[in-house]
Design a protein around this ligand. Structure first.
Ligand code: ADP
Ligand code: MG
Length: 330
């Protein structure tokens, strides 16, 4: 179904949720937003390009969900409460049916976290979606990559590795020769790739408990490397401690660990905190029952070392990098 740019914008405007702190939303040259007193504004932006950040056969509703999810995940990793977002859509055609399906997924996640879409841009071009997400954190309370200190524990939420396994099933990532999954497992893994759950509740609950946080978008070891560098510390990870989802139960251990340690697109949180916070962190649960598991230690030095049975283990790459020759998700 063909439509004009303004028809598309009107379709978007009809679907948004209202918030009292949106003084002026979609329809003027820019949005007017009221930041609560005593709070800092936290802003994140992520782009999804077709064939790079999602396979070309991804359903529009899943693209909508993921475009917002990856941004809410960044806010969660700062300990922020999401509030608003803007959406830049580059579309090959003014396809109203595609847009409605996209908005089903985008809107479902926005409603879940009370996020209002306050503006954006709609242009013609290759399929590409950019979202900026805005949230609040109490002044000085953000969880930063440079907050890791010697002696801290390292924790991860949930069970990383499923998104990498899903990409392997789609032949967009390396897999062991006989890797297969039944229909139910395939669907569950694909859902983990297409519908990541941003750990907003966990991130908010970490204020005053954790000191550093990052969301696992590129791969656990690569992302912990960012924390180590920013904080000027070394991080030791015990891969034996990594919890895995039941879908990876029959995968050979070396492949499972590779996906869990270096596969991206998990959108779990990796955090560091002093040992005194163990009970508090161990008690946290997300709405879906997701918990934190202690997987390592912060020490003096630099870089990240992964161990298995106490032995140091090396991977040929630590995580996903654009421009590094990795296969696009076609
Ligand atoms: P301008 O020419 O002033 O940039 P636009 O026609 O691009 O205006 O946008 C008109 C209004 O619609 C603006 O308030 C803008 O924020 C909003 N808008 C445009 N595209 C989107 C979109 N994809 N999502 C949300 N709001 C949008
Ligand atoms: Mg514009």
């Amino acid at each position: 179904m063909g439509a004009g740019e303004f028809d598309l914008i009107e379709r978007i405007r009809r679907r948004i949720i209202a918030r009292d702190d949106v003084v002026l939303g979609i329809g003027d040259d820019a949005a007017l937003l009221a930041v609560p007193p005593g709070m800092q504004l936290v802003v994140a932006m992520d782009t999804l390009n077709a064939g790079v950040h999602f396979p070309l056969d991804t359903r529009p509703a899943d693209i909508g969900w993921k475009a917002l999810a990856v941004n809410l995940s960044d806010l969660a990793a700062m300990g922020a409460t999401p509030a608003w977002c803007t959406l830049s859509l580059s579309l090959p055609a003014a396809d109203a049916d595609w847009l409605d399906a996209f908005l089903d997924g985008f809107g479902a996640l926005a409603s879940l976290h009370g996020v209002a879409l306050v503006g954006g841009d709609t242009t013609r071009g290759p399929l590409s979606i950019s979202v900026t997400a805005h949230g609040f954190v109490a002044t000085g309370a953000a969880l930063r990559r440079d907050g890791a200190r010697i002696g801290h524990d390292v924790w991860i939420s949930g069970t990383p590795g499923d998104a990498a396994a899903a990409l392997a099933l789609l032949r967009h990532a390396p897999a062991p020769p006989a890797f297969a999954a039944d229909a139910a497992a395939r669907e569950a893994l694909r859902a983990r790739l297409d519908r990541p759950q941003p750990r907003v509740g966990l991130g908010r609950a970490l204020g005053g408990i954790a000191h550093a946080a990052i969301d696992i978008s590129d791969g656990l070891l690569a992302d912990l490397g960012h924390v180590a560098r920013a904080s000027g510390v070394h991080i030791d990870v015990d891969l034996d401690a990594l919890p895995a989802s039941p879908h990876l139960a029959n995968v050979a251990r070396d492949w499972r660990l590779r996906w869990q340690a270096t596969g991206g697109d998990d959108y779990e949180l990796a955090i560091t905190a002093p040992a005194a916070a163990r009970a508090a962190i161990g008690a946290l649960t997300d709405d879906d029952g997701t918990r934190f598991t202690r997987i390592g230690r912060v020490a003096a030095g630099a870089g990240v070392v992964a161990r298995c049975d106490g032995e140091r283990i090396e991977f040929d790459r630590l995580g996903y990098q654009h421009f590094a020759g990795a296969a696009p998700q076609r």
